[in-house]
Design a protein around this ligand. Structure first.
Ligand SMILES: C[S@@+](CC[C@H](N)C(=O)[O-])C[C@H]1O[C@@H](n2cnc3c(N)ncnc32)[C@H](O)[C@@H]1O
Length: 366
């Protein structure tokens, strides 16, 4: 594809790769061609669909081509032969492919964070204006105890991390209920010193590790030692069900920043989640920091630990129960959605993501 075509269709391409609803992808294409679906737009989609099918996302490609054909026909336009042929191919392979899709509900979405020109310098690659994160996820939102899907709060938290890199660079970051691992990948990108991703679901953890590998992040200490690979950010994946996490285990982590996206939804889990947050927010002084003169164990030069929790408030009772527990556990909570809202939309093409539905809270010990 010519470079200029690629830049013209940047939003369309990003939406396609993120597997946005096909109506939305076609609407974006109409937006950049002035209304009609041009021949070059058809050719662009055809090429993308061929690639998607080769990557195992044939069923999405088929849906898109079907929509494309019907829209071009509605416009009384001419559908390109290759578009018809590609669609016919999926139709003839339909029964075989459907059987496959039924067996394997995993797909790969490519989430492209687009940085506005001149407004953002990325720490690891100042000249690059986009960060593309491939993520294996599930078509079934409930798979892996909901942890194999991408939820809106993690899109928000990822935008937040990329928009305020200084809050995380060189910090030790700890995420609860990490799901597919996208926030952790963004944290590694802004050069967090250490990233600990956790989840209570084992299937989710396997999927998360796969995603770290796909993003060239090595989570395995042993492998790191063997290959001698120099990686600026240490990333770890840990099985951490809130119900059974012990105080002694939690006191070992001592993060600077705690993160969580869409973890406030199950009332029965909330007391356990809060207990975990309390333990992580209470930073234990390190023994090696004891002053020889005064015997003082206070840590110097480190700002107070803070937790950033992004959440869509789907049920007011559940959220109020969360607030009550926060108060009972002597934590303070502030809604920082407006104050710390990412200044620029890094996912402008993603119409399925309603950023305004997400709230961001900062929580700390009183
Ligand atoms: C709605 S998903 C959100 C996933 C991810 N943070 C996102 O926003 O895309 C909730 C996540 O919390 C995890 N989770 C739920 N209950 C948990 C518990 N009791 N202990 C640990 N993790 C839990 C789930 O496995 C899942 O990964």
């Amino acid at each position: 594809m010519a470079a200029e075509t690629e830049s013209q269709y940047l939003h369309v391409l990003s939406a396609f790769l993120a597997m946005e609803p096909v109506d939305s992808v076609i609407a974006l294409a109409r937006g950049c061609t002035g209304g009609l679906i041009t021949e070059s737009a058809q050719r662009f989609f055809w090429e993308m669909c061929v690639k998607a099918a080769a990557n195992g996302n044939a069923s999405y490609a088929k849906k898109l081509l079907k929509k494309l054909i019907s829209e071009v026909e509605l416009d009384n336009g001419e559908v390109l032969d290759e578009v018809y042929e590609e669609y016919a191919l999926y139709m003839s392979a339909a029964s075989k492919e459907y059987a496959l899709v039924k067996e394997n509900t995993r797909i790969t979405k490519f989430i492209s964070f687009l940085f506005p020109e001149g407004l953002y310098k990325h720490p690891s690659c100042p000249s690059s204006r986009k960060l593309v994160v491939p993520l294996q996820c599930s078509l079934n939102m409930l798979e892996g105890d909901t942890g194999c899907s991408i939820w809106p709060s993690s899109l928000f938290l990822s935008e937040f991390v990329l928009s305020f890199p200084n809050l995380f660079a060189n910090k030790s970051c700890f995420e609860v209920g990490s799901g597919v691992g996208m926030v952790g990948i963004c944290l590694a990108h802004v050069k967090a010193k250490k990233v600990i991703l956790t989840d209570g679901d084992l299937l989710t953890l396997v999927n998360m590790k796969r995603n770290l590998e796909r993003n060239h992040l090595n989570y395995d200490d042993e492998l790191l030692k063997q290959t001698g690979e120099a990686q600026s950010t240490v990333v770890k994946c840990i099985h951490l069900p809130w119900e059974t996490a012990s105080e002694s285990e939690l006191s070992e982590y001592r993060p600077d920043v705690i993160l969580g996206a869409d973890v406030i939804y199950d009332p029965s889990c909330l007391p356990h989640l809060l207990r975990v947050l309390v333990a992580l927010l209470r930073r234990q002084p390190k023994r090696d920091k004891v002053s020889l003169e005064t015997g003082d164990t206070a840590q110097q030069g480190r700002s107070p630990v803070v937790a950033y929790i992004a959440s869509v408030i789907r049920n007011a009772d559940t959220f109020n129960a969360f607030l009550t527990l926060v108060d009972q556990m002597d934590l303070s909570i502030t809604d920082v959605t407006t104050e710390l809202s990412p200044q620029f939309r890094l996912l402008p093409y993603m119409h399925s993501y309603d950023r305004s539905s997400v709230r961001l809270f900062s929580i700390s010990s009183r």
